[in-house]
Design a protein around this ligand. Sequence first.
Ligand code: GLV
Length: 297
Amino acid sequence: MSILLAGEFDAAERAQWFDLLRAALPEETLVTEPTDAAAIDIAIVANPPAGALRGLPKLRLIQSLWAGVDRLLADDSVPPEVPLARMVDPAMNEAMAETALWAVLSLQRDFVDYAVQQRDGRWLPHPQRRADEVRVAVLGLGQMGRAVVRRLDANGYRVAGWSTREGQLDNLLAASDIVLNLLPLTPATRGLFDARRLAAMRRGASLVNLARGAHVVDADLLAALDAGQLRHAVLDVFHREPLSADHPFWAHPRVTVLPHVAAQTDARSAAAIAAANVRRWRAGEPVANLVDRSRGY
Ligand code: GLV
């Protein structure tokens, strides 16, 4: 049997993954095209385009190289009975914690505003705030959310965590200067940041979205920013990626755009993690980090 490596890679990324996985799984046959579809029983995938896993009659395990599996779950070519494991990698959690800290620091110390002022050639110091004066809500308390809470805590912020199990969100939104979204994208969280929830945030608060673009209703966010209800948005993720060249987020002075880099999969560590799961599967042992499809993550 063989393992299919599939995803939205450029040629260099594909070669890097192929080499690392081949080194980590020397006993396996690894392919990048399903030429012999009936020989493939495992797929290792990085956010593959819809349909990439169609027509694999012997597929028995899917290992994602991405932490978020919303695209795979929305793909009707992915058989619902085949176990699907997500990537859980401490290296990604730490990368996410770094990005979260950078975003929160940039907002606390007004560095987002100084970037705009530099563009405009404007010298204007702002009053300096302490970390313990900034209340941050972290939405999503999975592995990444917990790593972010620890990092922000260690840096002195007033951090409150929230997960969908807790229900009521509005009180926390009203009490936070920065809302940092790390929720999985599920039917329950899609469009979470709509006009109503943005209005429930404190006036002048900021939104940091490091999860999925579809958590946010773009037009509602732009309206909240333009009305001064929100101070700033740091956005790493978008409905369509790459973000289209004419999207208003690009040039908006109150929006910081990142090209989906908050926590990229680190191929060096993730290849070993994927390989360990493949070996567990071959040995008939429980596979780690299986997705609960009824929960959506
Ligand atoms: C990136 O967004 C991931 O889900 O790994």
